[in-house]
Design a protein around this ligand. Structure first.
Ligand SMILES: Cc1cc2nc3c(=O)[nH]c(=O)nc-3n(C[C@H](O)[C@H](O)[C@H](O)COP(=O)(O)OP(=O)(O)OC[C@H]3O[C@@H](n4cnc5c(N)ncnc54)[C@H](O)[C@@H]3O)c2cc1C
Length: 443
């Protein structure tokens, strides 16, 4: 079996790459071990850059019909009161429509739907081959000339040769091990419960609600559903399961009384998934003819909704590079390093951004909530802070905070947010340009 590219893992990252390679006629095989997807919850929030990439592989129009558009994210700092609606202490909005691009919103789509659309798109091309179920076992050979992988399919071990092997197999990545890429990982002082249930008609926009000690995120999905994440202390999951579903329902009613009649449609604890956030980064993304992308290369705290988006963005850059390498006969392995040069700094930046967002909700102290409210107010009302944050989470560009920006978060210099002007050209200037996304095209 000979291919140009072998992709291990048919998740969103692997399939985005496949749909890009398929379009430029690169002979490739995707190997996916799971017969059935969708058993565990995975990301559903698509950021603007991902929408642009999905448009580029021609799946966005269909995706629009199966997803829910988010123009804003509302954050409420509240105080819970027994038997009545929570008292809003502060309400802030993050407006995606500030982005001067047609991709000026996010979308919520069921993870399996995104995978299916990408898979069906890749299947339209003869350059695409797909083995499922089949799993990567080990490398037989990995050097600068040729890669030979052992794949298990139908109970047999098969040798698959490829010029390039891509590990898109998620957090536990055997290809990463083959590459000897060092993993740095950390965990957090909280876990999440996540579940989808029908949403009340009033819940039409992404809504985050936080008290000093609790956090709930509600993200509308199509078909009148909502994805929710509820923060809990580590170790509480088992004891909560023993207590039955009623306390869970009550926790949602406390935040939003109109949840009555909706959240209680959850029938069993099995529908609720425990999510343990992990952050990991790896020392390198490429080695000889191997590369890793998505969760194999980095895993981020879900607070900023970036994990799946980073996988899509990796696949975009790697896909463009492989197309260029194969169509221009530039398959020297050193060229794979372009992928790492573009994506590693960006991923590390988004990883630290997600980490900071997690810290914002990690300390259950009153003064901390006050600081958070202050920071939220300035983030919303200072045009520079609002745009920077939006740009950074959208994936459309990268504009790091400087010391003065941190001061702006707590209101210094006073009154500047009213005077500060941010012209559209200045905003666009911070968007990634083609030569930054795909710098090898210039050589
Ligand atoms: C519980 C949970 C909650 C999350 N919440 C969010 C969120 O809210 N927002 C967000 O953006 N992201 C979220 N993420 C992260 C997001 O799901 C991942 O970042 C994204 O799915 C990564 O895509 P991927 O293609 O790299 O990996 P995956 O989606 O993990 O796909 C890897 C694929 O490889 C296959 N595979 C694994 N090993 C082998 C093998 N040896 N041979 C063949 N195939 C193999 C797997 O079956 C799988 O299909 C969450 C992840 C988890 C686990």
């Amino acid at each position: 079996m000979d291919y140009d590219v072998l992709i291990i893992g048919g998740g969103v990252g692997g399939l985005t790459l496949a749909s890009k390679l398929a379009r430029c006629g690169i002979k490739h095989l995707v190997v996916e071990k799971e017969v059935k997807g969708g058993l565990i919850y995975k990301g559903e929030l698509l950021q603007p850059k991902s929408l642009q990439i999905l448009d580029g592989v021609d799946v966005l129009t269909e995706l629009e019909a199966h997803s829910y558009q988010l123009d804003k994210i509302h954050t409420y700092e509240v105080e819970l009161r027994k038997g009545s609606s929570p008292k809003t202490l502060y309400h802030s909005r993050l407006n995606y429509d500030w982005l001067p691009t047609k991709y000026n919103h996010a979308r919520m789509a069921p993870h399996e739907k995104i995978r299916d659309l990408l898979l069906n798109k890749a299947k339209e091309y003869s350059a695409f081959d797909y083995w499922k179920p089949a799993s990567f076992v080990r490398m037989k050979q990995a050097d600068s000339k040729e890669q030979i992988a052992i794949i298990k399919k139908d109970g047999r071990e098969i040798e698959v040769k490829a010029k390039v092997i891509v590990g898109a197999e998620g957090r536990i990545s055997p290809i990463r091990k083959e590459m000897d890429s060092t993993l740095h990982s950390m965990q957090y002082n909280h876990h999440f419960l996540t579940v989808t249930f029908p949403r009340p008609p009033t819940l039409t926009e992404a809504t985050i609600m936080a008290t000093r000690t609790h956090f709930v995120g509600l993200f509308p999905l199509p078909d009148n559903q909502v994805r929710s994440v509820y923060m809990i202390e580590p170790g509480r999951y088992k004891e909560m399961r023993k207590a039955g579903l009623d306390p869970v329902f009550q926790a949602y009613y406390d935040f939003m009384p109109e949840m009555e009649g909706y959240v209680d449609q959850i029938k069993k604890w099995k529908d609720i998934q425990l999510m343990i956030p992990i952050r990991h980064n790896t020392s390198h993304y490429t080695e000889k003819g191997m590369a890793i992308l998505g969760d194999a290369a980095h895993s981020v705290h879900p607070m900023a909704g970036e994990g799946m988006n980073m996988a899509i963005q990796d696949a975009d850059v790697l896909g463009e590079l492989l197309c260029w390498m194969f169509t221009n006969n530039r398959t020297e392995y050193e060229n794979l390093l372009w992928y790492e040069r573009v994506r590693k700094p960006r991923s590390e930046f988004v990883s630290s951004l997600s980490h900071q967002s997690a810290l914002v909700y990690s300390f259950p102290y009153k003064p901390w909530q006050r600081i958070r409210m202050k920071a939220l107010r300035h983030l919303e009302h200072h045009p520079r802070l609002h745009f920077k944050h939006l740009l950074n989470i959208s994936g459309m560009g990268m504009w790091k905070m400087n010391v003065l920006d941190w001061a702006r978060h707590i209101g210094f210099p006073p009154g500047e947010s009213f005077r500060y002007k941010l012209e559209e050209e200045r905003m666009i200037d911070h968007f990634f340009k083609r030569e930054e996304d795909y710098p090898w095209e210039k050589i």
